[in-house]
Design a protein around this ligand. Structure first.
Ligand code: PEP
Ligand code: MN
Length: 338
C-alpha cells in the first residue's frame, strides 16, 4: 500500500501514519522527496486493510493499493486454473459446459420435459429455481421444497446434474440434499452470511455477479466462499446495470477475459438474464463462447408464453436446439468442445 502525503504535511502527520502502520504490523519505507513524502507499507496482509484506515489521517492525500483486495480467488494464491468437478462433469477445462432449464420449476412435467431437451442437445446440467428471489413480493416465489422434489425426479430420469438457487442460509441444508451446485444469485452476491454458509456446505457454488458489482467486489465475494475451505466456485457473468436499456442488463463480455487474467476460477455466462428477450439470447450466447466463457447458463421453457417468471427471455425448445448447433461450431473455432 502506498500513502502519498500532501505537500506541506507536517512531521507529526507523517509520524501518525507510521505509528498506525507499525501498530498493524506493517513494515514502513519512508521516501522523503523535496516536496512530498511517500510512505510505502509492506506486509502480506495489506490487501485486507481498508484504504480508509489511512485516508482519515490529516496530511494524507491519497492511499493506493498494490495488493489486490481479493486473495484466494487470485492467481497470487493459486497458480493452476481451478477445474470444478461435479459428478463426471468438469467446469473450467477444454469442454464448454451448457447448463439450461427453466427460470423456475413450475411442475414435474415441465422440468422433466426441459431436462430431456437439455440432455438430448448435449447439455450437462439442468437449471431451475425452486426458491426464487423475485423483485416483487407479489410475484411467484417458486415451488420451494416441492420444486426440489421435481428437480430430483428430473435428475433421476435424465442423469443430468442440478444447479438451483439458494436465497437464505437456513435453506442450504435442504437444498444441498437435492442440488449438485448451489446457485447464489445476483441479488445475493453481497449476502456475506449466505456466502459463508455456502462455503461451509462444501457443495460447488455458482456465484453470479451482482448486477452493480465491480470485478473486485465479485472476486472478494468469491473469497468468502473459498475462505471456508470450499474451492469449488464457478463465477457467472449475467449482465450489469448501465445507462443502456437496449437489453435487460448489459452483458459485460469483457469481464470474461479480465477474470481469466486475474483469477484461477472458471467463469460462465448467463445470456438470458442479460438479454431479457429471447431473440437476443443466441447472439449473446455465441459472443460468450467466442469470448472464452467456460460454460453457459440458459433459460428454456416448453411454452415460454405460459411461464410463471421470465417468460420473454426463455428459449423455446426449437430455438434452443438451433442455438446448440451453432454453439458447437463456435466452440470448435476457439479450440473448445461442447
Ligand atoms: C436466475 O438465474 O434464475 C436468476 C434469478 O438470475 P439472477 O440472479 O442473475 O438475476
Ligand atoms: Mn430467470
Amino acid at each position: 500500500m502506498i500513502i502519498e502525503m500532501r505537500q506541506g504535511a507536517t512531521r507529526k502527520n507523517i509520524e501518525t501514519v507510521v505509528t498506525k502502520a507499525k501498530k498493524l504490523g506493517l513494515d514502513v519505507q519512508l521516501n522523503q522527496g523535496v516536496e512530498k513524502t511517500v510512505i510505502a507499507l509492506l506486509g502480506s496482509n495489506t490487501g485486507e486493510i481498508p484504504t480508509e484506515t489511512f485516508e482519515v489521517f490529516p496530511g494524507v492525500e491519497k492511499v493506493v493499493r498494490i495488493m489486490k483486495p481479493y486473495k484466494l480467488a487470485s492467481w497470487e494464491s493459486k497458480q493452476e486454473k481451478t477445474i470444478v468437478q461435479v459428478g463426471d462433469v468438469k467446469i473450467g477445462g477444454k469442454e464448454i459446459i451448457i447448463m439450461a432449464g427453466p427460470c423456475a420449476v413450475e411442475s414435474k412435467e415441465q422440468i422433466i420435459a426441459c431436462a430431456k431437451k437439455v440432455r438430448d442437445e448435449g447439455g450437462k446440467i439442468l437449471r431451475g429455481g425452486a426458491f426464487k428471489p423475485r423483485t416483487s413480493p407479489f410475484s411467484f416465489q417458486g415451488l420451494k421444497e416441492e420444486g426440489l422434489e421435481f428437480l430430483a425426479a428430473a435428475k433421476e430420469k435424465t442423469g443430468l446434474l442440478i444447479v438451483t438457487e439458494v436465497v437464505a442460509p437456513e435453506d442450504i441444508e435442504l437444498i444441498a440434499q437435492r442440488a449438485d451446485i448451489l446457485q447464489i444469485g445476483s441479488r445475493n452476491m453481497h449476502n456475506y452470511r449466505l456466502l459463508e454458509a455456502a462455503g461451509k456446505s462444501k457443495k460447488p457454488v455458482l456465484l453470479k455477479r451482482g448486477f452493480s458489482s465491480t470485478k473486485e467486489e465479485w472476486l472478494t465475494a468469491a473469497d468468502y466462499i473459498l475462505r471456508e475451505g470450499n474451492p469449488n466456485v464457478i463465477l457467472c457473468e449475467r449482465g450489469i446495470r448501465t445507462f443502456s436499456n437496449a437489453t435487460r442488463f448489459t452483458l459485460d463480455i469483457g469481464i470474461v477475459e479480465v477474470i481469466k487474467k486475474d483469477s484461477h476460477l472458471p467463469i460462465i455466462v448467463d445470456p438470458s438474464h442479460a438479454a431479457g428477450y429471447f431473440e437476443y439470447v443466441p447472439g449473446l450466447a455465441k459472443a460468450a463462447i467466442a469470448g472464452g466463457a467456460d460454460g453457459l447458463l440458459i433459460e428454456i421453457h416448453p411454452n415460454p408464453q405460459e411461464a410463471l417468471s421470465d417468460g420473454p427471455q426463455q428459449l423455446t425448445f426449437s430455438d434452443f436446439s438451433r442455438l446448440m448447433v451453432e454453439l458447437k461450431t463456435i466452440a470448435q473455432a476457439v479450440g473448445r468442445i461442447i
